[in-house]
Design a protein around this ligand. Structure first.
Ligand SMILES: [Zn+2]
Length: 268
């Protein structure tokens, strides 16, 4: 049954490393995620070094969030860190036909799943803010355990802004995940806080949102803190606001941070 295959050998050498920091461990696992079962130690080392290697660029691995994280560290030292990860049970080597490739151990995956879910949560928030829904396509066919963890995080966030993107995501998902997405939508809709905007309202304010987001963040922050509240008779910060079209400009409508009363600010 088993034909003899000339497997490519390898030798692990942690080069005397006693331990790695939690951040380094997370970072190496994040780098490994994009090449699990397909790439080996040296490819991972190149990602972390920020190498311009042809194969790496072909596979678009320079898009990894940890690409170049160990810039300036020698290839040999990076490889030693990776080997430490293998010797200490965060990563494993398996053979993909002839080649030794990296896979997660259970512990390694548990850590990486968390890192990855946090990264996706951030991307979802940005997508919701920018009203771009294409990103949900990326969520389909991902590891189920990680996706469920992400949904737990969304529920915990209590962030109602995410409801609209959850609805877009729900449309393309399989039944089991769809059911969980609905549960999370229900949780967010019943979460404390007084913003309860419907999807229709969100769509109406689409262009206003874009105008608002085209203002540099620094200036947006200043504008948020420069809103007059007639109740407090003072300049206050606006919170829980939505952006509405209000020709010739647009308006922020929300609550006063101090007293919770309704406030608005027009911007031209
Ligand atoms: Zn007030």
């Amino acid at each position: 049954m088993s034909k003899k295959v000339n497997r490519v050998g390898y030798e692990l050498n942690a080069n005397g490393i006693k331990s790695l920091s939690d951040d380094e461990i997370k970072l190496i696992l994040r780098g490994a995620d994009d090449l699990i079962m397909s790439g080996g130690r040296s490819l991972l080392a190149k990602i972390l070094a920020g190498s311009k290697d042809k194969k790496l660029l072909e596979l678009e691995l320079d898009g990894s969030p940890v690409y170049g994280s160990f810039k300036g560290v020698s290839q040999k030292d990076i490889l030693a860190k990776i080997d430490w990860m293998i010797l200490n049970g965060y990563l494993e080597i398996e053979y993909n036909y002839r080649l030794p490739v990296l896979v997660f151990t259970d512990i390694g995956w548990e850590i990486e799943r968390e890192t990855y879910a946090n990264e996706l949560l951030e991307k979802l928030m940005v997508s919701a803010e920018n009203q771009t829904f294409e990103f949900v396509e990326d969520l389909k066919d991902r590891n189920r355990g990680m996706i469920l963890l992400l949904l737990d995080k969304i529920a915990e966030s209590g962030n109602k802004e995410l409801i609209i993107i959850l609805k877009a995501w729900q449309e393309i998902e399989y039944k089991k995940v769809r059911t969980r997405i609905q549960e999370v939508i229900d949780i967010l809709e019943n979460a404390d806080g007084d913003i309860k905007r419907t999807a229709t309202q969100e769509l109406i304010s689409f262009s206003a949102n874009k105008k608002w987001l085209s203002i540099p963040e620094e200036i947006r922050k200043k504008l948020e803190r420069n809103v007059f509240c007639s109740n407090c008779c003072d300049v206050v910060q606006i919170v829980n606001y939505s952006v509405k079209d209000s020709p010739p400009g647009f308006a922020l409508e929300g609550k006063c941070k101090k007293c919770g009363g309704d406030v608005a600010r027009f911007i031209e």
